[in-house]
Design a protein. Sequence first.
Length: 393
Amino acid sequence: NDTALDAEDPREPGARELGARAAAARKAGYFRLGTAGLVAGALLATAVLGTAMFFTARYFRGPNPSTVSLQAVAAEGQDAESLLDIQDKDDHAPDPAAWAPASQGGKVTYNLTKNYYNSGFIQFPNFSKKSYAWPPLFCWLIMQTVGNNPMGWEEENLVKHQLTKGIGIFACNDWAVMSDVSLALNRWGQYGFPRISGNKPNPNRDMATWALGSVEAQKGPQSNPLNSLVFRTAWDALRSSGQLESHDWVVKVDPDAVWFPTRLREHLKAYMPGHGNGLDNVFLENCPRFHSMQGPIEVISKKGAETLGKEIQWCGGVWGTGEDQFLTKCLQKLGVGGTMEPTLLNDVYCDGYANCADSWKVAFHPHKSIRDFDQCYNASWGEELKKQRQQQR
């Protein structure tokens, strides 16, 4: 019967044997494929782990070590590779400094002395020549520092820019830059202005900031900085320095404020009862909208500043207010009167707009990048030059 199935020949492989061999072959293939997948997965995991290890630096939070991504550090302007190199070379440095984003709560170590001497000198005007411009102004600012605050790079760059050009507070009769630690303003390196070891500057070598300790402000509702305690400390330092007695006006500014000390002198001569002699017991309000003295520029007469320096400890609101609110309330409580000077400041947060094309306004705020700062400065200075040319015709 041609349709009948042939009987299995014992010399040829049957269906069961062929099926078993095929199944075995499939199992071997699956095994080889699985092994290759495991190897590939292991290589990929190793690569990912290696990359993570490369882009992670060792931070120290007190005695307990933890690791923090370098992304936050790089966002502040620090270079990841050089930071890792420093980590490798100076893990056991005898003179370490603590630097890290305050938001991370950690600290990167590097050698203070080596960083100081690796930071080159910068060029700036000759400040040893005394200025006799009248009325004499003592001007100061508080600068956040690289590594200790997310705004460190921004503020140090702005201060360096003004220092090398001799503008802002550096065009006053005398000035001070205050920071949490002592920095050498006449040097610049990988970490901005280098920190001075032990906060002990050499007066023959260092043009140093005034070290206040922590300048980290607490945060209040809507993330407003409650930094009145910082400024109490600053005013204690001013009182102890003896600078208040030798200047007719004390001017505090923010690092990101574009301003012109020569214009301020003209304003004081024109608008103050004493025509700028500092004997008026006043501070200048600069925001008609809020009828307040906003923090970008705070101008206080010598008499008012001396009263504030001596009596500031009697003012309340250590943690509960921002600097400008605290200072205004404190001065009023101490009997120092406020005088509104509406042409003193163009502040976006007060006026709602920015306009640097003004030849008479003293200060403009905020201008946080070097490019924005220069554009505003040049626009205002250009308007002043245009006005001078018109007057000469």
